[in-house]
Design a binder for this molecule. Sequence first.
Ligand code: FAD
Ligand code: 2HG
Ligand code: ZN
Length: 546
Amino acid sequence: MPRLAALSTRLPLLRTAVAAASAIPRRRIVCLLPKRAFSLAPTARAAAAAQALTSAQYPTLRRNPDFKTLNDNDVAFFKSAIKSPAGVITADTPDELEPFNQDWMRRFKGQSTLVLRPSSTSEVSAVLKYCNDNNIAVVPQGGNTGLVGGSVPVHDEVVLSLQNMNQIREFDPVSGILTCDAGCVLEVLDNHLAQKGFIMPLDLGAKGSCQIGGNVATNAGGLRLLRYGSLHGTVLSMEVVMADGRIVECGKPLRKDNTGFDLKQLFIGSEGTLGVITSVSILTPRRSRAVNVAMLGVSSFDHLMEVFKQAKMDLNEILSAFEFFDRTCLNLVKRHIPNVRAPFDADTRFYVLIETSGSNKDHDDDKLSTFLEHVMTEGMVEDGALAQDATQAAGMWNIRETITESLAKEGGNYKYDLSVPVAQLYDVVEEMQKQLAERGLYAADGSATGAVKHVVGFGHMGDGNLHLNLTSTGWTTELTQAIEPPLYKSIQRRGGSISAEHGVGLMKAPYLSYSKSADFIDLMKSMKKLFDPKGILNPYKYFPPS
Ligand code: FAD
Ligand code: 2HG
Ligand code: ZN
């Protein structure tokens, strides 16, 4: 992979490099990599066994006594309502039950004794009607990759998993509209579309496990949002089962439909609190013919912003990703992920991964060449590399996409996904480092000797979305208190949002007022009452505890 730094040889090199890079196949190759985001080392597994129950971590979240405790008759009903013998998992098989009670971070642990895996919308409807009639609390669950504790029970709620609802219903190659069951795994959908020359408008590191229903329920952002926009724009319609079992079509698979309220928008990002999404129609774009990926090393955040501005100016409509990560992120990936090599040696404070996707290779290569020339001659970039082939491009994406997994391997991991004005993204990280250092909780010299070992920043710079992560030996109330109220106050002061993409779940419910007014929250509660009067859907989450 040619270095971009040596100015004397840069231009000829660059031209060759760009030309060669355009040979990258249309399909992003990360999806060919093994599904690695979900393995944890044996030590982490042992820690999971010792993991405290959520109800013990949050003693004030008492079980709502109005909810029924399951009995044999209830289980018998569910076994009759769900036809597939594998559709009901009970406490008789604790090993099978356990993964549904445990979140991806191994931070939250519920106590459900029943998992239901219906195979059709009518089965979901029968289950919910029964639960509603009998006051049985339910947690809808997709791929269980959520990062805010929303997808697992707090107490003994029944888990309603969409795993067995995984059929692609229809794809129209003229309009690009895909209609599928909510339980379809994102990567499976993307691979299906790739064969037809289309692409899913969203992509996340969790693609091998997360489901489209879960993506819609969390309004997931991810790596392609810069290019294709949010799910609020691309989801055209959905089928939802209400808490009382009614099946409601929210819209039609049409681009334009101005009849009635646009109710689907309410379900996008409702995190299983208003209804269970059973199918989704989504607008999918053509897959780009020419894809280029470059990774650049940058010495300061000011330079990073300059590079971003230049990328928007020079690459404009072909810019499809602008992701950044700091030096510690790269070092952790190198430490924890096998066979990772940075594409160049320069040790810079920040790294940026830039992707372009277009339909005309020569046009894209020219634009990228102009951009790289600008950022190098004007000293914005210290070093960089341009992927020469699909393997190199995958290697670069692999670094960015395995940051989350690397952080998880460090032990306890405090995660914050924040929206702030782009210029302030890294100020939030530095402010946290300073504040924890002043309290003796973090060693600012990088020796990782404090209660908090690392405070890192990375994320979707193009979307103004920072992922602030802290690693420590575990999660404690003291540490949480030292981090969260000051952080959320700072975000409020900056006019930001306490969740850019992961949602509210259990983790951020007490802090919702930092992003939403009291009147707004009241209105949300009224909506909840209307959609789910008995409050059986995903209780204890999303709304501030009263
Ligand atoms: P789950 O985790 O199972 O559920 C999430 C929430 O949605 C829960 O509240 C649940 O009750 C509800 N829910 C699930 N399915 C349904 C349904 N059918 N109907 C109603 N409610 C439902 N997120 C991003 O936004 N951007 C990223 O780039 C990103 N990268 C990630 C990378 C890794 C390695 C990991 C582990 C996670 C990442 N996430 C990211 C977070 C997570 O993957 C997303 O939030 C994802 O959309 C969750 O989908 P899921 O199917 O796993 O849902
Ligand atoms: C990402 O962008 C995900 O990689 C996960 O949203 C972020 O681990 C995190 O904090
Ligand atoms: Zn993200």
